[in-house]
Design a protein around this ligand. Structure first.
Ligand SMILES: [Zn+2]
Ligand SMILES: [Zn+2]
Length: 226
């Protein structure tokens, strides 16, 4: 995000996700920034390189701009206020809390337990913690998240309870992952994503984010950021 133009492109991506629940197209970004498709494409490449967003495999569309995602994933995030008809895909359990934090908005989060298939639906918000029995399973250590960030998000899922997450792990990926209380992930999402839509947002340093993990009790080698 080292040029005003790429900063503008990034802000427009986030703005469009926040207000419309979708990613802007490259042509749209070119029009809005009064520049060319080629130059917007360069900006998007730079932003993806900096992990400010994630491009689709052909690099011609925005796939994710954390906590937002352009394609259906396992979570649906709906404003708790029924008069607000915006709606978002949550890329993962953490991103779903992140959308609420970034928008400073109470939301309903809908997903399904990967182990038993039960629908899980609850209200969460900046001042509303998720139900205490819910847990979130992280598939791989923090150092590996960005090796396949879409795949990582796809696997950061909410389970009914710790038993279901443990049984799922035994059946599908023995000995791997980390099971955290959903309340810890909710607390983490606040400061991790709460400033994302601020006009003067600056990407967090690695040290800053490591500190945020520490403060939520997410410590040890699994949580060591690269
Ligand atoms: Zn379950
Ligand atoms: Zn995610």
């Amino acid at each position: 995000m080292n040029t005003p133009q790429s900063r503008r492109v990034c802000d427009l991506v986030y703005e469009t996700f926040a207000t419309q629940g979708r990613a802007p197209s490259v042509a749209e970004l070119a029009r809005l920034t009064q520049s060319t498709i080629e130059s917007v494409q360069d900006n998007l490449d730079d932003l993806a390189e900096a992990h400010a967003l994630v491009l689709a495999p052909d690099r011609d569309a925005v796939r994710m701009a954390h906590p937002f995602t352009a394609a259906p994933m396992a979570f649906v995030v709906t404003p708790a206020d029924g008069h607000d008809d915006r709606r978002w895909w949550g890329g993962c359990a953490w991103d779903s809390f992140g959308i609420s934090a970034a928008l400073n908005l109470e939301v309903r989060i809908d997903t399904a337990c990967p182990q038993c298939g039960a629908a899980i639906s609850f209200v969460s918000g900046p001042a509303t913690a998720p139900p205490a029995e819910l847990v979130v399973r992280f598939p791989r250590p923090a150092a590996l998240w960005w090796d396949d960030v879409v795949g990582t998000c796809t696997m950061i899922r909410t389970f009914c309870n710790r038993d279901h997450a443990e049984q799922w792990t035994v059946d599908n990926a023995p000995g791997s992952g980390f099971i955290a209380d959903a309340t810890a992930v909710w607390r983490l999402a606040g400061p991790w994503y709460g400033d994302r839509l601020h006009p003067d947002f600056q990407p967090h340093s690695r040290e800053h984010n490591q500190q945020l993990l520490d403060e939520c009790g997410l410590t040890g080698p699994f949580w060591q950021l690269p």
